[in-house]
Design a protein. Structure first.
Length: 197
């Protein structure tokens, strides 16, 4: 299989949205992205991000492709896990301390920071609206994060998310309590659970 065929196959696999790093990982030289752009088989929509004419732009997938440290969290994670019906007005992400989030903030993204040892704690993958995989905190970590950030959260969203989580079939209360202990919100979370159960 030559580079052109490899790239065409990758475009199909990635549903028309290609990030330069993915092409390089597949062994395709960057130059072929330029060739496909000149032939109108791809459009360069951002530095290092290419989109096929028939594909949909996926903001979450693109953001994570450009910023490997970004993990979707808080309101965005609630939405991805269907713990709220409210489409987030802005994307919420978490990055480790020491990672510069100023560009993300300039793009209108809500940025949270955590200690490096907690950054990958509870990470899972879900599919975006366009069926592309992105890294997000699991439901249990997300519930702990919104409880930690309760003073800056809409109370209705917070309560609804906890109620939905507690009534979901795939809840994992022991894991939730372990996360809550690690994140320092165990007693506060217990109070919410007692009130909302």
């Amino acid at each position: 299989m030559n580079y052109r065929e490899k790239l065409e196959k990758l475009i199909v696999e990635k549903k028309g949205l290609i990030i330069t790093k993915e092409a390089e990982k597949a062994g395709i030289p960057r130059y072929y992205l330029t060739i496909f752009t000149r032939e109108n088989k791809l459009e360069r929509i951002l530095r290092g991000v290419y989109l096929a004419p028939e594909a949909f732009e996926d903001e979450m997938y693109i953001l994570q492709g450009k910023n490997q440290k970004v993990i979707f969290s808080h309101e965005t994670s609630l939405y991805l896990h269907e713990l709220t019906d409210r489409d987030p007005l802005e994307l919420s992400v978490t990055i480790p301390y020491g990672y510069n989030g100023s560009k993300l903030r300039d793009e209108g993204i809500k940025v949270y920071t955590v200690k490096k040892k907690l950054h990958l704690f509870g990470v899972t993958k879900v599919k975006t609206l366009y069926r592309r995989p992105v890294k997000v905190y699991d439901k249990e970590r997300t519930i702990c994060d919104i409880v930690r950030n309760r003073n800056n959260m809409n109370v209705a969203i917070l309560n609804e998310a906890i109620k939905r989580y507690l009534s979901s079939k795939d809840k994992n209360i022991p894991l939730l309590l372990r996360y809550a202990k690690e994140l320092g919100v165990k007693n506060i979370l217990r109070n919410y659970m007692e009130i909302l159960l």
